[in-house]
Write a protein that binds this ligand. Structure first.
Ligand SMILES: NC(=O)c1ccc[n+]([C@@H]2O[C@H](COP(=O)([O-])OP(=O)(O)OC[C@H]3O[C@@H](n4cnc5c(N)ncnc54)[C@H](OP(=O)(O)O)[C@@H]3O)[C@@H](O)[C@H]2O)c1
Length: 258
C-alpha cells in the first residue's frame, strides 16, 4: 500500500519506533493521526515541518478499556487506511518478581488495546475495501525466553491474532502486516536489558529505530504480510522453528536464576 495521502493512525507515537514511524509517514506526505498520552506540540510541529499533510492528535491511555473506547469514539468519522498498533510496554524478570499490576497493564496495552482498536476500525476498512493493519509483535513471540515469560506471551498473542486475521481478511481489500521485530535501540530495549540483566544475557546488538522503520516502510509498500529480521535474530528464529532443542540449550546456558 502507498503511504502518501493515506490516513494513518499510530499508537505510541510519542517516542521510540512509533515516533520514527510518524516522521517517516510525514516525509511520505501522509495524513497523520497520532495517539499519545501527553500533549507534545513540538512533535506536531516537527511532523508538519517534515511534510505531513495534516496531523491530528488523540490523547489516550491504552492501558484502559475506557481509554480505547473514547479513542474509537473520536475516530468514528475518520476513514483510517493504515492502523499501526505499536504502543507497548515490557515487564521483565523472574515471574515471581514481576508485579501483577504491571502484568495486567502490559496485557491491556500490548494485547487488549491492539485487538480492541483493530475490532473498532476494521468495519470501516471493510466497507471501503481498503486498509492495512500493522501489528507490532516481536521475535519474543517465537523465542520464548526465561525472565521474559509474560512479555513473550503478550507478543505470541499478537502474532496469533494477526495470523488468524490475515486468513480471515483474504480477498477483502484489507491486509495485515505482522512485525516480528528484533532488538531495536529504544527506551523499551533499555528496560529489557535492565530488568533481565541479572538472569540472562541476550546475544547480538540492537539496531537503530531509523534503520528498522526504513525496512518497515519497504514492507508496507510491497504489501508484505510478515516482516522477519535477517542476521543473527533471523537465524535464531530459524533455530527455534526447526531445531528447538538447540535454542533451549543455548538459552539455558545463558540463564541463571540468581
Ligand atoms: N525495542 C525493541 O527491541 C522491540 C523489539 C520487538 C518489539 N518491540 C515492540 O515495539 C513497540 C514499540 O516499542 P519501542 O521499542 O518503540 O518502545 P518505547 O520507546 O518504550 O515506546 C513505547 C510507546 O508506547 C507508548 N505507551 C506505553 N504505554 C502506553 C499507554 N498506556 N497508553 C498509550 N501509549 C502507551 C509510549 O508512550 P508514553 O511516552 O506515553 O509512555 C511510547 O510511545 C512495542 O509494542 C514493543 O513491544 C520493541
Amino acid at each position: 500500500m502507498e503511504i502518501a495521502n493515506r490516513q494513518i493512525l499510530i499508537t505510541g507515537a510519542s517516542r521510540g519506533m512509533g515516533r520514527v514511524f510518524a516522521m517517516m509517514c510525514a516525509e511520505n506526505k501522509a495524513y497523520l493521526h497520532i495517539v499519545i498520552r501527553k500533549s507534545d506540540p513540538e512533535l506536531v510541529e516537527q511532523l508538519m515541518k517534515n511534510g505531513a499533510k495534516d496531523v491530528k492528535v488523540y490523547e489516550a491511555d491504552l492501558g484502559t478499556r475506557a481509554g480505547v473506547e473514547s479513542l474509537l469514539e473520536k475516530l468514528k468519522e475518520t476513514p483510517i487506511d493504515i492502523l499501526f498498533n505499536n504502543a507497548g510496554i515490557l515487564v521483565g524478570g523472574l515471574l515471581e518478581n514481576q508485579s501483577v499490576n504491571e502484568i495486567y497493564e502490559m496485557l491491556s496495552i500490548n494485547v487488549n488495546a491492539l485487538m480492541h482498536l483493530t475490532h473498532g476500525l476494521l468495519p470501516g476498512m471493510l466497507s471501503r475495501k481498503r486498509g492495512k493493519i500493522i501489528n507490532h509483535a516481536s521475535v519474543a513471540a517465537y523465542m520464548n525466553l526465561p525472565a521474559l515469560s509474560t512479555y513473550c506471551a503478550s507478543k505470541a498473542a499478537v502474532a496469533a491474532f494477526t495470523e488468524s486475521l490475515r486468513l480471515e481478511l483474504k480477498g477483502t481489500g484489507v491486509s495485515t502486516l505482522l512485525l516480528v521485530t528484533p532488538g531495536v535501540k529504544t527506551k523499551l530495549y533499555d528496560n529489557l536489558e535492565k530488568s533481565c540483566e541479572k538472569n540472562i544475557k541476550f546475544p547480538g546488538e540492537a539496531i537503530s529505530p531509523i534503520k528498522y522503520i526504513e525496512i518497515v516502510r519497504e514492507a508496507i509498500l510491497q504489501d508484505l504480510k510478515r516482516l522477519e529480521p535477517s542476521g543473527l535474530p533471523g537465524l535464531g528464529l530459524k533455530i527455534v522453528k526447526f531445531v528447538k532443542p538447540i535454542f533451549d540449550f543455548e538459552i539455558s546456558r545463558r540463564f541463571r536464576r540468581d
